[in-house]
Write a protein that binds this ligand. Structure first.
Ligand code: GTP
Ligand code: MG
Length: 432
């Protein structure tokens, strides 16, 4: 699906073609235009708004999941009401606490019952649509929830969403209950089969039911996610959560992908590479913006390598390596937060292989470090460690595009590695 977020890439492509065709002074002018454009777009994802709608069976865990993916426990301030009784009656927006303007989950009520029909109360899709159709229209992606077997009502709502041209993903929650039920009903099942086998069986059964209730059209198994919606399970990425996260961003435009990746905490190793790929695709903008000679000031920063510092902090956030994220990880894994932070800073300080000549690398390091010195401690927290622990002479020349791009790619690989090591370390039972 080509979302609106892809637009800058197309525009940029046009600009690059023009640049290739231009010569002399026109070429210089074109390059400047591209650099300005890149500077403008470096943080363009911050203007993106992504609305994710959760619809489906009552009590299936919609609100619980919305809280968890926002990093909130059920009773935390700003959390959606959850409970064993019917809770959600209005379509309610739940902005992500980290970036409330960028990512919003819309919690739709489970079913709307026809008034005054006594015992034979039934779901009326038209009534539901009259009431919530407008809100549904605003959403980019829909999650159709069920726990246990999916009900016809939920499928009907999903069909409406699909007919609106929205991407629909099916979430079957409460897999922990399915597992416990299976243990109880058929304990021998696990003699030669695993929990993952049960998950696949449930997925197939789910698809069969969808076909039976006339979903119409093939259901791709990749669109069915079997999860446990509790906070810990979502953050640590158990069962289909990593696949879900990847599928969610795959269905968004380029800038929207960036907005979601930058917003949601995720401590599973399974999505690290996808996050890295998003940053690698985006590195062009950062490198261009960084090398633009006229690029002062930007986001309140005055140095050219300041854009690198911004990128560095974005990567740290996106890979969940900030202080707040590490503290949450420590809480989840019952580890000492200071210990995890120490582990992380040691990893961040490790030598980065820049894959370039020694002197070239040293020049970059000097420029970056001096830039960070200028950028003040507010912007860079304790991270004057940016690339190598070398603080050298002041920068005299702007960075070349090629070198900057290499630095950015090296930074992204470094963050990927740090996140992998940190999550391994935190989730390991012993040794902490
Ligand atoms: N065991 C288990 N319980 C869950 C899970 N997800 C949610 N629950 C529980 O299921 C109950 C209903 O969850 P809600 O999140 O309120 O469900 P809902 O779909 O928002 O319900 P309505 O708003 O009433 O339609 C709560 O008691 C949750 O704690 C899960 O993955 N596993
Ligand atoms: Mg609810």
């Amino acid at each position: 699906m080509a979302g609106r977020g892809d637009a800058p890439t197309e525009e940029l492509q046009r600009m690059l073609w023009n640049l290739a065709a231009a010569t002399g002074a026109t070429k210089t002018k074109m390059l400047k235009k591209i650099q300005d454009y890149a500077a403008e777009n470096m943080e363009a994802w911050k203007k993106q708004k992504v609305l994710v709608g959760a619809v489906g069976d009552p009590g299936s865990g919609k609100s619980t999941f919305i809280n968890s993916i926002r990093g909130l426990k059920p009773k935390a301030p700003g959390a959606a009401d959850v409970g064993v009784t019917h809770t959600t009656a209005e379509a309610t927006e739940y902005p992500h606490p980290t970036r409330p303007d960028n990512l919003i989950f819309v919690d739709f009520p489970g079913v709307l019952l026809k008034k005054g029909t006594g015992e034979k109360r039934s779901f009326d899709i038209q009534q539901y649509f009259d009431q919530f159709g407008e809100k549904m229209q605003q959403c980019h992606v829909f999650l159709v929830f069920s726990s246990g077997r999916i009900q016809h009502n939920a499928v009907q709502i999903g069909m409406k969403a699909r007919d609106m041209g929205k991407k629909v993903m099916f979430v079957r929650s409460k897999f922990d209950i399915d597992l416990a039920d299976k243990q109880n009903d058929d304990p021998e099942y696990f003699d030669d089969k695993t929990e993952a086998d049960l998950m696949e069986e449930l997925r197939q059964e789910y698809i069969k039911v969808l076909n039976k209730v006339e979903w119409g059209g093939e259901v791709d198994p990749k669109d069915v996610f079997i999860i446990i919606g509790r906070l810990k399970n979502v953050l640590e990425g158990s069962w289909d959560i990593p696949k879900f996260r990847i599928a969610l961003i795959e269905n968004l435009g380029a800038l929207q992908k960036m907005a979601v990746t930058m917003t949601c905490w995720d401590f599973s190793k399974a999505t690290i590479k996808e996050r890295g790929d998003i940053y690698r695709k985006y590195a062009f903008f950062v490198a261009m913006a960084t090398t633009a000679g006229s690029f002062v000031p930007y986001a309140g920063m005055v140095s050219i390598p300041g854009t690198l510092a911004i990128a560095y902090h974005q990567y740290k956030e996106g890979f969940c390596l900030t202080g707040d994220a590490v503290e949450e990880l420590a809480k989840m894994t019952s580890k000492n937060p200071e210990d995890l932070k120490r582990f992380l800073s040691m990893r961040l300080l490790d030598r980065v292989r820049l894959n370039m000549g020694e002197s070239e690398a040293l020049a970059v390091v000097q420029i970056v470090c001096s830039g960070l010195g200028l950028a003040t401690a507010i912007c860079v927290d304790q991270a004057a460690d940016l690339i190598l622990p070398v603080v050298g002479a002041a920068a005299t020349s702007p960075l070349a595009y090629g070198i900057t791009a290499k630095v950015l790619h090296a930074l992204i690989s470094r963050m990927e590695k740090c996140a992998t090591d940190l999550f391994d370390y935190a989730f390991k039972e012993s040794e902490v």
